[in-house]
Design a protein around this ligand. Structure first.
Ligand code: UD1
Ligand code: CA
Length: 447
C-alpha cells in the first residue's frame, strides 16, 4: 500500500479572552516556547508531515515563524467552522487521514497523537481521544449508547444527567478525511453558543452508520487546555518537571527540579550538577561535570567540560573547559572565554575574547576587549570602551599584568608582557614588555 501523507489541522483562532492579553493566547510561553510550538512539535514527532493552523489576525502575522501554513478565520464561529475553513484551503487527498488538534493543549504527548492515528483503521471514520476527569469540568461530555460513543454534548447544552458524566472529550481527533469533509459540511449552529461545533460531527458520523473509536488517555493532565494564566502556570510546572526528568535520566543531577527552569532542546552533559534557583535556556549546550548555580542564569551559552558558573549570569556567550565564573559575574553579548579562565566576583564581560588562562578575579569591566593567554587583570580594571559616540576596542597581549584600578582608554593596544601600575590611566598604546604607570600613564625607567 502506498504511504499516505498524514496531515493535521490545528485550531488556534479562538479569542483567548480569559488570558486578558494583547498577545494571541497560543503565543503565550511556557518553558521558553509558545504553547503552539509544543503542539506542532508533538504532531511532527507523531509523523504528521503537513500542518495547517487556523489563525486569527493577531496570530496570522507570526505564523511564518512556525513553519506551517496559516489560514485566517476572520470570525470565530466555532471549532467546526474553523475546520471547514482549513479543509477548504487543503487539497483533498485520496484516502487521507487528518488529525485535528487544539493549539491550547501544549502538554499533549506525541504518543497520544500516534495512538489516535493508529486506531484509525479502514472500518473507522474517527478515532476520538477521551479522558476521565474530576467533576465539575468544562470539557464536552461523551454520551454513550449500548457501550458505543453516540455523541458529544458541550457543557452549555448539557442536561444535569449529562453533566454528571466524567468521560470527556479531550479535543484530539484522527479523522478519515472524506468522512470529515462530509460531516463538517453538514454542521449546524443550533446550540446555546450559536457556534458550529466540531464535536457535532461525532453524532453525524454515528447517524450515518460510521464507526467512532474512543481512545482513553491515561492521564487527563496531558490534555489540559490552557484558558487563563493560572492554567498556564500549571502547565508550565508540568512541562518543566518533564524536561528536568529527561535530563536527570540522561545523567544530570538536578538538586531541586522545582526551582530549576529548563527549556526544550538543551544539551547537558553527564555528571553536571545544577544547583537550586537556576535557569537554562535558548539552545544552550553544556558539557560534562559542570557545576551550575545556585542562582545561575544561562541563556544561549556553550560551556565546555568542568565549567563552574556560581551565582552568575551568562547570556549569548561561551566558555572553555575548566573555566570558572562567579560569584556575581555577568558575561554577555557574544563573549568567548577560553579554557582555564577565571572570572571572579563583580566582573562584567561584554563582547570580548579572553584567551586560555586569563584571570579577572575582582570588580572589573571588560567590554569589546581581546585578551591574550595567561594575562592577569587586576581588581577594579575598566576598559573605557565608550567615548560618547562609539564603542572602541581594547587589545591586550599575552602574559600582561594589568595593575589594580587601571583605566584603559580605548581604542588602545597593550603589548605582550607589558605591565601597568596600580591606578594607571592608560591613554596611549603600550609596546611589548613596556611598564607604564600614572595618570596619564608614562613609561617607567627600566629596572
Ligand atoms: C472544546 C470542545 C470540547 C472539549 C474541549 C477540550 C468544541 C465545540 N468543544 O471546548 O468538547 O472538551 O475543547 O479542551 O470543540 N477555535 C478556533 N476557532 C473558533 C473557535 C475555537 O480556532 O471559532 C480554537 C481555539 O483557539 C482553541 C480550540 O479551537 O484552540 C478550542 O476552542 P475552545 O473555545 O477553547 O473550546 P472549548 O470550549 O475548550
Ligand atoms: Ca479550550
Amino acid at each position: 500500500m502506498a504511504k499516505v501523507k498524514v496531515r493535521a489541522i490545528v485550531l488556534a483562532a479562538g479569542k483567548g479572552t480569559r488570558m486578558k492579553s494583547a498577545t494571541a493566547k497560543v503565543l503565550h510561553e511556557l518553558c521558553g516556547r509558545p504553547m503552539l510550538w509544543y503542539v506542532l512539535q508533538a504532531l511532527r514527532a507523531a509523523g504528521v508531515e503537513d500542518i495547517t493552523v487556523v489563525t486569527n489576525p493577531e496570530l496570522q502575522g507570526r505564523i511564518g515563524e512556525f513553519g506551517v501554513t496559516g489560514v485566517l478565520q476572520e470570525e470565530q464561529l466555532g471549532t467546526g467552522h474553523a475546520v471547514r475553513i482549513a479543509l477548504a484551503a487543503m487539497p483533498a487527498a485520496n484516502s487521507g487521514r487528518v488529525l485535528v488538534a487544539y493549539a491550547d493543549m501544549p502538554l499533549v504527548r506525541e504518543e497520544i497523537f500516534a495512538a489516535a492515528l493508529a486506531a484509525l483503521d479502514d472500518s473507522t471514520a474517527l478515532a476520538l481521544v477521551t479522558a476521565r476527569v474530576r467533576l465539575p469540568s468544562n470539557f464536552g461530555r461523551i454520551v454513550r449508547r449500548d457501550g458505543g460513543v453516540e455523541r458529544i454534548v458541550e457543557v452549555r447544552d448539557a442536561t444535569s444527567a449529562e453533566l454528571a458524566i466524567d468521560e470527556v472529550n479531550a479535543g484530539i481527533y484522527a479523522f478519515d478525511e472524506a468522512a470529515l469533509r462530509d460531516a463538517v459540511a453538514r454542521l449546524r449552529n443550533e446550540n446555546a453558543q450559536k457556534e458550529y461545533y466540531l464535536t457535532d460531527s461525532v453524532a453525524d458520523l454515528v447517524r450515518s452508520g460510521k464507526r467512532v473509536a474512543p481512545i482513553e488517555t491515561p492521564d487527563a493532565m496531558h490534555v489540559l487546555g490552557i484558558n487563563d494564566r493560572a492554567e498556564l502556570a500549571l502547565a508550565r510546572r508540568e512541562m518543566n518537571i518533564r524536561l528536568c526528568a529527561q535530563h536527570m535520566r540522561d545523567g544530570v543531577t538536578i538538586v531541586n527540579p522545582l526551582s530549576t527552569s529548563l527549556e526544550p532542546e538543551l544539551q547537558i552533559g553527564r555528571d553536571t550538577i545544577i544547583y537550586p534557583n537556576s535557569s537554562i535556556g535558548r539552545l544552550s549546550k553544556i558539557g560534562e561535570r559542570c557545576a551550575i548555580g545556585p542562582n545561575a542564569r544561562l541563556s544561549n551559552v556553550r560551556l565546555g567540560n568542568d565549567v563552574t558558573v556560581f551565582e552568575s549570569t551568562v547570556f549569548d556567550s561561551s566558555a572553555g573547559d575548566r573555566t570558572s565564573i562567579g560569584p556575581y559575574a555577568h558575561i554577555r553579548n557574544d563573549s568567548q572565554l577560553g579554557e582555564d579562565v577565571r572570572i571572579g566576583n563583580f566582573v562584567e564581560v561584554k563582547n570580548s575574547r579572553l584567551a586560555r588562562g586569563v584571570k579577572a578575579s575582582h570588580l572589573t569591566y571588560l567590554g569589546d576587549a581581546e585578551i591574550g593567554e595567561e594575562t592577569n587583570i587586576g581588581a577594579g580594571t575598566i576598559t573605557c570602551n565608550y567615548d560618547g559616540k562609539r564603542k572602541n576596542k581594547t587589545k591586550i597581549g599575552r602574559d600582561v599584568m594589568i595593575g589594580s584600578n587601571t583605566s584603559l582608554i580605548a581604542p588602545i593596544t597593550i603589548g605582550d608582557g607589558a605591565l601597568t601600575g596600580a591606578g594607571s590611566v592608560v591613554t596611549k598604546d603600550v609596546p611589548p614588555g613596556q611598564r607604564v604607570a600614572g595618570n596619564p600613564a608614562k613609561p617607567l625607567p627600566n629596572k
